[in-house]
Design a binder for this molecule. Structure first.
Ligand code: BG6
Ligand code: MG
Length: 217
């Protein structure tokens, strides 16, 4: 194990709930029913792909300018929520785990679909842990395409087979597995069925534990 690549929303920071609120608000404005199940499908998708999902569900045809307006609306609501989020709103054991990996010379990457990733990392003061940040501003393909994680491994000069990816979204787990990474799902084992191993949260994970997991899978 030479590197760990983390998804952001829902793995390191509890921002998945804010994406949900903002998408639900947009869907409701467009007259589209938006359930927890729909939200699960959207996790890990890019902003554009998420809007596609809602428009397809609502059988709505939109012009390019309408799409831009709706994406901006959703993002403004999301940013409002994030701006009010406490500065220490990282998920339990996030900073401890990053610190422990750093201490043991494991390279650390971010692999996120979000165009707001750097803003969030700065807000919760964890930017300095990352050796590379691959986010929605540099990727061209949405998860489940493995692009984001492959770019991360390349930037860290490691092979996918030398990395663990952490993901809370089924689309993200699929992306990591397609890319050839050992994949730890963070969340519900009934949802993240394709992960090598699923943990309810980062709690209990540290360098020693991850080494064992890496060898076992
Ligand atoms: C992913 C989230 O990390 O980023 C999605 O799981 C979100 O819910 C996507 O839609 C895009 O984020 P942003 O911040 O660029 O709109
Ligand atoms: Mg996520």
């Amino acid at each position: 194990m030479k590197a760990c690549i983390f998804d952001l929303d829902g793995v390191l920071v509890d921002t998945a709930k804010y994406h949900f609120i903002a998408w639900q608000r947009l869907a409701s404005n467009l007259g589209v029913d938006f359930t927890e199940h729909d939200n699960e499908q959207l996790k890990g998708l890019s902003r554009d792909a998420s809007l596609d999902y809602i428009l397809i569900k609502g059988k709505i045809t939109a012009s390019v300018s309408e799409r831009e307006i709706w994406k901006e609306q959703k993002n403004n609501w999301y940013l409002e929520l994030v701006t009010n989020m406490p500065e220490d709103e990282v998920l339990p054991n996030c900073k401890e785990l990053l610190q422990d990996l750093k201490k043991n010379n494991i390279k650390i990457g971010l692999g996120s679909a979000s165009k707001n990733a750097k803003l969030i990392l700065d807000r919760v003061n964890i930017t300095h842990y990352f050796d590379t940040i691959i986010d929605g501003t540099v990727t061209s393909k949405s998860k489940p395409d493995p692009e984001v994680f492959l770019l991360g491994a390349k930037a860290l000069s490691v092979e996918p087979s030398e990395c663990i990816v952490f993901e809370d979204a089924l689309n993200g787990v699929k992306a990591a597995k397609l890319g050839g990474f050992t994949t730890i799902g963070i969340g519900d084992a009934d949802v993240l069925t394709e992960a090598d191993l699923v943990k309810p949260s980062l709690l209990g994970l540290n360098y020693e534990e991850l080494k064992k997991i890496f060898i076992a899978y």
